[in-house]
Design a protein around this ligand. Structure first.
Ligand SMILES: [Zn+2]
Length: 85
């Protein structure tokens, strides 16, 4: 876990505690809240082109809505080079 993830988790806990202290003031039952389990965190990115995960290729480069692995980058370069000939 990096610093920003730790900060985020701390903020989630504080927010949950704040909500429940407000609910206690209003005489309401606390809402159960939990910090996300690291094992439930999103999987590392998989290549949007070939579907391989970062454990199957050297590198998966993550984009905004798609990812590409080093193998597909090389394949794409080959295709572009073929186009030029
Ligand atoms: Zn790929």
């Amino acid at each position: 876990m990096n610093d920003s993830e730790a900060e985020y988790q701390k903020a989630q806990i504080e927010l949950g505690q704040a909500i429940n202290s407000l609910r206690a003031l209003a005489g309401k039952e606390p809402i159960p809240f939990s910090v996300p389990d690291p094992s439930q965190m999103p999987e590392p990115p998989i290549c949007s082109f070939c579907g391989k995960g970062s454990n199957q290729v050297k590198r998966v480069i993550a984009g905004h809505s798609a990812n590409i692995c080093n193998e597909c980058v090389l394949l794409a370069v080959d295709i572009l080079e073929l186009d030029q000939n």
